[in-house]
Design a protein around this ligand. Structure first.
Ligand code: ADP
Ligand code: 5GP
Length: 210
């Protein structure tokens, strides 16, 4: 029976470790495809165009929205971020579990469009540790860090909309836990309706002596 890919939406406070987790997940297992978003944010040191993001001007971004080439988009701390549609649909079609690492407004829009998407929220073990990680990453100014912490506090109000939370304390443990959740999600009845119907039909056939 054909294995359908799961659309996996991963959100979490800035600095919780989403990027680090996703990198380790795709390196450790081969069933995942990581969607690359478009953004109008400027690249951080070391971020290559087409790897972390497609870095674009605002005019290009708005054009893609008009052409309906994005699944969702949102504004976050003054910049636009959006998910290109074509890659996601192609990878799902190929049976890959596709990861969207996006913020909460986008996550909710994805859930509307793809009701069987799996929504995960990554959390740090404590708020203090979150700040330590954000500061330790050394990629944002103090002002941007404050904006992101404020945004984290707003996002914390929406966590109940997600299917699971994941606490990123020890990285390797968290990667395994995440992978286990996705593997378990493949076994829900609603994602296996075709197989269930097939067995039902076979059973009826057996009873009739076919
Ligand atoms: P996000 O993508 O959620 O903004 P990052 O993946 O960039 O977060 O991680 C923020 C910082 O925290 C990075 O410097 C990263 O190396 C560090 N980090 C990530 N996960 C852990 C962890 N489990 N323990 C300690 N530090 C971590
Ligand atoms: P960063 O600037 O730290 O790379 O990302 C800021 C926030 O934007 C993060 O919460 C990240 O998950 C989110 N983000 C990244 N890409 C997208 C996207 O395509 N759509 C939405 N809605 N959010 C995104």
């Amino acid at each position: 029976m054909e294995r359908k890919g799961i659309l996996l939406v991963v959100s979490g406070f800035s600095g919780a470790g989403k990027g680090t987790l996703m990198k380790s997940l795709v390196e450790s297992y081969d069933n995942y495809a990581l969607s690359i978003s478009m953004t109008t944010r400027k690249p951080r040191e070391g971020e290559e165009n087409g790897k972390a993001y497609f870095f674009v001007e605002e005019s290009v971004f708005l054009e893609k929205i008009k052409e309906e080439k994005v699944i969702e988009y949102a504004q976050y701390c003054g910049n636009y971020y959006g998910t290109p549609k074509e890659y996601v649909e192609e990878m799902l079609h190929q049976g890959k579990d596709v990861i969207l690492e996006i913020e909460i407004q986008g996550a909710l829009k994805v859930k509307e469009k793809y009701p069987d998407a799996l929504l995960l929220f990554v959390m740090p073990p404590s708020a203090e540790e979150l700040k330590r990680r954000l500061v330790g990453r050394g990629t944002e100014t103090e002002e941007v860090i404050s904006q992101r912490l404020l945004r984290a506090s707003e996002e914390a109000e929406g966590i109940e909309a997600y299917d699971y939370i994941l606490i990123n304390d020890k990285l390797e443990d968290c990667v395994k836990e995440l992978h286990n959740l996705v593997m378990a999600a493949h076994n829900t009845p609603d994602r296996n309706q075709e197989f269930i119907n097939h067995i039902r039909k076979e059973l009826k056939g057996l009873l009739k002596g076919e």
